[in-house]
Design a protein around this ligand. Sequence first.
Ligand code: PLP
Length: 394
Amino acid sequence: MLSEKVRNSLKSSSWIRAMFEEGEKLRRIYGPDKVFDFSLGNPDPEPPRCVKEALKKYALSDMPKLHAYMPNAGYPEVRERVAAHLSRETGVRLSQNHIIMTCGAGGALNVVLKAILNPGDEVIVFAPYFVEYLSYIDNHLGKPVVVSTHRETFEPNIAALEESITPRTKAVIINTPNNPTGVVYGRKTLEDMARAIESKEKEYGTRILLISDEPYRKLVYDNIDVPSVLSIFKNSVLVDSFSKSLSLPGERIGYIAASPAIEDVDTLMAGMITCNRILGFVNAPSLFQRIVAENLDATVDIEIYRERRDLLYNNLIKMGYSCVKPQGAFYLFPKCFIEDDIEFKNRALKYNLLIVPGSGFGMPGYFRLSYCVSLETIENSLPAFEALAKEFLF
Ligand SMILES: Cc1ncc(COP(=O)(O)O)c(C=O)c1O
């Protein structure tokens, strides 16, 4: 019954299922508190109180048409609030006509890609990448082109990017703050990237859309600045989500903001709004459009994640692991002590440590830790990380 494509993706994602099953097995044998599961990026802090209050208010509200269909782009007044918020934050003047409310960042990325790709068009992604990008690009018959990042910083390699742009390049996807590295791309990197893309556009007489996937843009530490792509790239769309910033991943709510500088931005918007409809999303969830619009300045308690980052990062470095210090999101991406990251993941399992091999992000030789776990779990896991390191260091 299954299509070949889906059968293949079942095969290639079987290791994720295998890991999950392995975790379940270990929990049954040793008890949940003896298993250290750093594999899942499922935010565990509660949504902020103000979000729950708004939910309570709307759940009991008799507001007419609260649960009805609305324009496919979302409620105009919600989009106006998002536009005003973003204009203040980025210095770029946006109106509701530049905003589409979406079913999370995942929904948004599919809308953008469907709107712009012809079969065989190339989309550049940087390794390590969020693995779903490959499926999203394939959904719309595009071809992913993987470009390297600098090993010391995990920032995009601009020379490699330039070499990879061809007349078929339709889009470049960036993700900052990054999953899996936690790195925030600096302003200079983004400006160099914009220059490289614009010069290739001129050379080939093409247009390339910069898609900035930023579901972690509010989860940053040490007051680091997340530069606004809308002010740096002329042809750009920002994809944002409330899955992480408000701990609402199950509610499927996010948005697309298109740069007003795009020459035919109205046509692009019309295309993306149609795609939101014909992909079957129809519109973003109505209740949560209302709720997020009232809580655009709110975030979960970021200190929770910062404390975890510091505890895990500082201890791993002391033990001899090497890792770029994350500036945002809730992941660490250390180097394995051996080339074979699958073997490393298996060695970690001996200590009840569940980690994700870098190969899953297009970057073998590394592993991802998600610190969506309590401080206590991190504390308790430290002897296991130490024992694992000692296997290789002594
Ligand atoms: C980099 C990145 N992009 C997009 C998504 C999808 O997020 P959403 O829940 O908003 O669809 C995730 C989720 O983990 C992510 O890590």
